[in-house]
Design a protein around this ligand. Sequence first.
Ligand code: NAI
Length: 289
Amino acid sequence: KDFEGRTAFVTGGANGVGIGIVRNLLNAGVKVAIADIRQDAIDKALASLDNREVMGVQLDVADRAGYKAAADKVEAEFGPVSMLFNNAGINLFQTIEDSSYDDWDWVMGVNLNGVINGVATFAPRMKDRALSGEVKGGQIVNTASMAAFIAGPVPGIYNTAKFAVRGLSYSLRYSMAKYGIGVSMVCPGLVKSHIYASDDVRPEALKGEMQAVDEKAVERLAGLHEFGMEPDVIGERILEGIRNNQMHIFPHPEHKDEVRELAEEVLEDFHDYPEDPGYEKRIGFENMR
Ligand code: NAI
């Protein structure tokens, strides 16, 4: 697939995974909008890119009205967006039983509603343009995580949001296929990024009920992320996955065995009850979808 001349909208594009996607898109001749909540990070990214075909737009992906305004602004300048990267995300290392409504609203607001808002804003536009023939094809790429498959006691809300992004991605892939638009989900392991500093972008309005930020834990996470995959490498693997219109893009082969073990554990939970021989035939699994 040749991406040249397309316009991409990359949320959380100023850092980490996002900036890796941005650089690889620019190298492929794509016009790119970096949508990020941090204006200083956008400015820094733009200065480092030194490319005319890139613009910045400040956006909190959890803000629906703001999302539409950002989309309109980008399309007025760079033309129709046909590559959407729902990548912005934050993390909160807490168990579910220790989380407040403010914690839930923040993490689900960015990591799930942010993806929903991206899809609600752009998927209808992409569909209409495909139907009218104005723009052919396109791709929606959601950054989930290995945490969309493997859950632990922490980060509980993050796991919840990423599992939901996985469900959304599967369903959207079925429905958008008939318009020639692909949907992929990226499931990274550790990446060199700033996600450990998520508390810095937590909105004041959602700080009412929260545990004190554990600076030691943040420092430890910052150190851990230094060992992660380089943004440019993950960006390259993501573009390769899109070229093949892969459903799952797993940039870290190191996690393959975990998924295999999970699949085996799930299958083990099916009991050996006697099967109703006519069940599948009468219902037809296709009719359930
Ligand atoms: P990062 O913190 O380096 O970059 C995320 C960017 O999103 C930042 O520039 C931040 O300003 C922006 N952002 C945060 N909240 C936002 C909001 N409400 N609206 C718009 N922009 C916002 O983090 P990273 O690691 O690059 O994260 C990108 C995605 O990758 C996330 O969805 C994350 O869950 C996922 N991921 C990251 C992994 C890692 O090890 N770093 C592993 C697996 C998944």
